[in-house]
Write a protein that binds this ligand. Structure first.
Ligand code: C5P
Length: 410
């Protein structure tokens, strides 16, 4: 028992949906109880096909409930909803997610969900085809827009011998997300802020078929946009790569550096924070052939010209309430290069990463960055890109308030 856990003394409703992963919620319940939480398990009718009341009764801290009608209390849902500090749905099936997203309230769990003001964590688990179905994608986006925390399923073995995305996230991951709810880590540090993020590598056309491009996957930029939204910001993501609809973000799709410049320059002036995570091409073709260049014509002479430097433009036009964050992808002399960009482009921060490393930079899911700013630098350990984004945003928000760039106290 760990009384120092942020979960100690918290009242948690654990809603169990009818999926094969229902047995894993027993372990989740145990771990929540071990951390000192009072856990009220609410089992849907469908879940009882997979797990029994006895198991939850024997291992839980509060009575198991399965129906609106089986308790002495005539209004169990409002009591559960009002008293809960958090509600966790694990597993959240496609059906449960759909009913919650549309506000259907026809059993104890869904009435509790509609009646609560407590934060809700949805831990999704289902077959890959179901997770990818447009209805599920839209319902997840709806829930995210309402501030629900969604823990996406993991890749691995599924029921029936299939393999793919769909497995209930590891218990540790769910616990960490619930702990964060209570430890202020998910504080709304960007509440009321307008944030503009760019992601992906630009494509500079040679002819209607070919382009000059780079290896950027857009993962770090998308992670920044998603993290900023979770921190309460109003986010616009200007991206050259497709963005999962389930993230519920406002996305402007662009292709070239010029497109990105046009999109960013119309949005930026109102923004409190701009994160230029995109890998913008430095050069483009001076002339784009309107027709496909034929191989039979021999190797073409491609004449290049510089693209507009978006970050430098933003730096020169920066309003007093705005924090400007640029990136530097380098293969050596990391900090010196970052510091030069900081100065030359009038950015407030440069997130420098070494793209020569195998576990950081382009395409991989992890990153190791150094946050360079006037007078100092902060080296962050290797972490997944979402965590990197959260740490950078946390640091930047505190800096902006300390410096008086943002006048609110957060
Ligand atoms: O000078 P370099 O391209 O390495 O600078 C990287 C930073 O500048 C990134 O934040 C990138 O998004 C931005 N950049 C830009 N416009 C360009 C080139 C880079 O905004 N044309």
């Amino acid at each position: 028992m760990s009384n120092s856990s942020p979960l100690a003394g918290k009242r948690i409703v654990l809603g169990v949906g009818g999926g094969i992963a229902a047995y894993k919620s027993v372990e989740l319940m145990r771990r929540l109880v071990d951390a000192g939480a009072f856990v009220s398990p609410v089992l849907t009718r469908a879940s009882l096909r997979f797990v029994g009341k006895t198991t939850f009764s024997a291992l839980g801290s509060e009575p198991v409930r399965t129906s609106l009608w089986d308790a002495a209390d005539p209004i169990p849902h409002t009591r559960l909803a009002q008293q809960a500090d958090a509600i966790i749905l694990a597993p959240a099936t496609a059906d449960l997610i759909a009913r919650y997203a549309t506000g259907i309230a026809d059993d104890l769990l869904t009435t509790t969900l509609v009646a609560t003001k407590a934060p809700v964590v949805v831990v999704a688990a289902m077959h890959t085809e179901m997770w990818q179905h447009p209805s599920v994608v839209e319902n997840i986006a709806t829930l995210r827009k309402r501030g629900v925390v969604v823990i996406e399923p993991e890749v691995g073995r599924l029921a029936g011998g299939d393999n793919g995305v769909g497995r209930l996230a590891a218990t540790e991951k769910v616990l960490a997300a619930v702990e964060e709810l209570f430890s202020g880590g998910r504080g709304q540090i960007l509440h009321g802020k307008k944030v503009l993020v760019t992601a992906g590598g630009t494509r500079e056309a040679i002819d209607p078929v070919r382009y000059l491009g780079n290896r950027s996957s857009g993962k770090q930029g998308i992670a920044f946009a998603a993290a900023a939204a979770t921190f309460g910001a109003e986010v616009t993501l200007v991206s050259t790569v497709p963005v999962p609809e389930s993230l519920g973000l406002k996305v402007v799709s662009v292709e070239s550096a010029q497109d990105m410049f046009d999109a960013v320059s119309t949005e930026a002036a109102q923004c409190d924070l701009v994160v230029m995570a995109a890998a913008v091409a430095d050069f483009r073709c001076k002339e784009i052939s309107p027709v496909k260049i034929k191989k039979s014509q021999g190797a073409p002479q491609v004449v290049l010209e510089p693209t507009p430097d978006i970050l430098a433009f933003l730096g020169s036009a920066k309003p007093g309430h705005q924090v400007l964050v640029g990136f530097a992808a380098e293969t050596g002399e990391l900090e010196a290069e970052a510091r030069r960009k900081l100065r030359e482009k009038h950015a407030d921060f440069i997130v420098a990463n070494n793209v020569a490393e195998h576990d950081a930079g382009f395409a991989v899911d992890t990153n190791r960055v150094t946050l360079v700013y006037e007078g100092s630098a902060l080296a962050l350990d290797l972490a997944d890109k979402r965590r990197i984004a959260e740490k950078v945003l946390g640091f930047v928000a505190e800096w902006a308030r300390n410096k008086g760039v943002w006048k609110d106290q957060g």
